[in-house]
Design a protein around this ligand. Sequence first.
Ligand code: GLU
Length: 392
Amino acid sequence: MTAQTLAPYRRIVVKIGSALLVDRETGLRRAWLESLAADVARLAKAGHEIMLVSSGAIALGRSVLKLQPKPLRLDESQAAAAVGQIVLARVYSEVLGVHGLEAGQILLTLGDTEERRRYLNARATIGTLLSFGAIPVINENDTVATAEIRYGDNDRLAARVATMMSADLLILLSDIDGLYTAPPAHNPDAVHIAHVAAITPQIEAMAGAAASHLSRGGMKTKIDAGKIATGAGAAMIVTAGNRMSPLAAIEAGERATFFAPAGSAVNSRKRWIAGHLNTLGRLTVDAGAVDALSRGRSLLPAGVRAVHGSFARGDTICVEDESGREIARGLVAYDAADARAIAGCRSSDVERILGYAPRAAMIHRDDLVLSPARRAEGLAADLAQDWESDHA
Ligand code: GLU
């Protein structure tokens, strides 16, 4: 790709994959990490606010504990993470300290970003760390997170952090230098894509599931991360991080894929709704409802064709069209059983069916956020104003 200056991006989240930090044979790749720290220091001195989302706790713990190269049980990976995370924190503190920067460790569990009150709290803490000039070093709290409450991979965690902190740019340093027309490991003819204007179903289809032995992610989770980040108004860059000074390399024009932010930004509450990682149900809606939602209306029971999943009033659920494409997310006003009972009914019949005074909408427009692809074009992307209202 052509040289990509990072200058316009004030707040930047950098995600560092395990395979970059830890070599299976030799352990921590310290020289590489030092070169990354020098990049971070240069950007911080130029006025950027940098947050690091670093994987590597489990891989590093394995290496420190000299565990056999076989799959670990959950409790074993959690124990490995406990050992690895403390080393990781120390090393970041050392390599950033060389440049006069302080590192602050933040370990998140899924509930810290899915629950509104905890989300606001985590956001305030990270914001304060930034205001102190420190560099947040963030990871999943692997020692306590079990399967059902995990982010699962740090690509999605990094995207969630980027949206939570209203970052302008998310950089995923990976073991692959961007998106190809097909997973390149199995397709010698795959062509690299330098610029993605919008994450369409065609783009998603290209991602396949290219995962390496250490990272959990693969390109699919990077595209998922891209949907979260670009939908909230952040740009995303995916590039190979294994070269020295990987951030300088982006600016020097090394190969990468740039994902443009979606055309319009949404307010911070809607960003929280849109970024949910675990949605508990789905509503299938008819074409009339798709049209109404695209024009900023609430979702009425009449347009709902089917209700899937089990959810309670106030949960975040997906809205999809009849071909199964997600068109919006929102906080639903009815429990699943009631939603099933009134799906397809006119609003005036709802009280008779349920026996209680209805809310007019299944999802009120204030609680609903359209998927980026659906967001009406032409709405001004006023990122600056959004940023200010978030930080007021
Ligand atoms: N949190 C995990 C670790 O630090 C990594 C998860 C991931 O790389 O996606 O080992």
